[in-house]
Design a protein around this ligand. Structure first.
Ligand SMILES: O=C(O)CCC(=O)C1=CC=C[C@@H](O)[C@@H]1C(=O)O
Ligand SMILES: [Mg+2]
Length: 329
């Protein structure tokens, strides 16, 4: 790939701060940098606490879109799941109402400061709203010990779970949990997310037999082509998911899902529904449960309306330069 220099990136940079309608990952605004590259618009949006080395993979993904483009698609639309943040059970219906036609929901559980009772109520409400035929998956973001996870999954399983995502943080614990679930006759699949996207070696999950399903995200893995390589080599069924992008970054997730030979699960690419603003009017949001493959060009007036403050733009310019130093060459 022809790498742009850091000055090319800075010259092509626009930083936006997009308000969310529901708190997610502890934030109510999402700041991302967008690059207007020769092959299209790329998004660089590592979460604010990420250090330059980890951020460099997100930068590689943005450069791929802006300076190289996407690989060929094998389908022109992809099914999407609704995402239910750690809201109160009475808010679930309102959250789900945004997701047109989605028959799968992912529910956040094990939120810090909440209890298993909150999780059970949220999952129960999701089942009531979605009906008996819908698929429900939960995501604990590594919030449980093996014992907590075993207890929580035993109590959540009667609501019908497609899988439980990252129940524990360590890969070894995921492996131990799978053994414990089998011993206790609890037939729930385990999916790995952070153990893939934040790991030095994403393939340890496979080596330790620690998951049934691999969650694969484009930006943290350095772009669509790298994500395709991980998906191929990990030898597990793959779920494509977002990293809370604007419609620009979301189009890369859709391109990845569209290029995968097999797509057995709905994709976690519906998170623009958690935003109150975007950089295009025609956002990448599901219609009849699916997203269409497309390119996204931000509208200048929306880039202006949601532009970050001058000091935040400076901060992002420095961040781009710092991440650039760590790009794989
Ligand atoms: O998978 C989904 O339904 C939506 C994406 C999603 O849940 C996430 C996006 C970004 C950051 C993460 O905390 C979170 C996840 O853990 O999967
Ligand atoms: Mg997750």
């Amino acid at each position: 790939m022809n790498l742009p220099g850091p000055d090319d990136l800075i010259a092509a940079l626009h930083v936006v701060s997009l308000p969310l309608n529901t708190r997610f990952r502890g934030v109510d605004h999402r700041e991302v940098a967008l690059f207007d590259g020769p092959s299209g618009w790329g998004e660089f949006g590592p979460f604010l606490e990420y250090a330059p080395e980890e951020s460099s993979r997100w930068l590689a993904a943005a450069i791929e879109t802006g300076w190289h483009g996407f690989p060929e698609a094998v389908r022109d639309s992809v099914p999407v799941n609704a995402t239910v943040p750690a809201v109160a059970d009475h808010e679930v219906e309102y959250v789900l109402a945004r997701y047109d036609g989605c028959r799968t929901a992912k529910v956040k559980v094990a939120e810090r400061g909440q209890s298993l009772t909150d999780d059970l109520a949220r999952v129960a409400a999701t089942r009531v709203v979605m009906g008996p035929d819908a698929r429900i998956r939960v995501d604990a973001n590594g919030g449980w010990t093996v014992d907590d996870a075993l207890d929580a999954i035993a109590q959540l399983a009667p609501y019908g779970l497609e899988y439980v995502e990252q129940p524990c943080t360590r890969v070894e614990d995921l492996a131990a949990l799978r053994v414990a679930l089998a011993r206790n006759g609890i037939d729930v699949l385990v999916a790995a997310d952070e153990s893939i996207r934040k790991a030095e070696d994403p393939f340890r999950v496979k080596e330790l037999d620690a998951a049934d399903v691999a969650v694969v995200k484009v930006a943290p893995l350095g772009g669509v082509r790298n994500a395709l390589r991980v998906a191929e080599q990990i030898e597990l069924p793959v779920v494509v998911s977002s990293a809370l992008e604007s419609s620009v970054g979301m189009s890369a997730g859709v391109a990845f899902a569209a290029a995968l030979p097999d797509l057995p699960f709905a994709c976690g690419l519906g998170t623009i529904e958690l935003f109150d603003a975007d950089v295009v009017t025609d956002s990448v949001v599901p219609h009849d449960g699916s997203l269409s493959v497309r390119t996204v060009t931000p509208e200048p007036e929306l880039l202006d309306r949601w532009a970050a403050s001058p000091d935040r733009i400076q901060w992002w310019k420095r961040r781009v330069q710092d991440a650039y130093m760590h790009l794989p060459r």
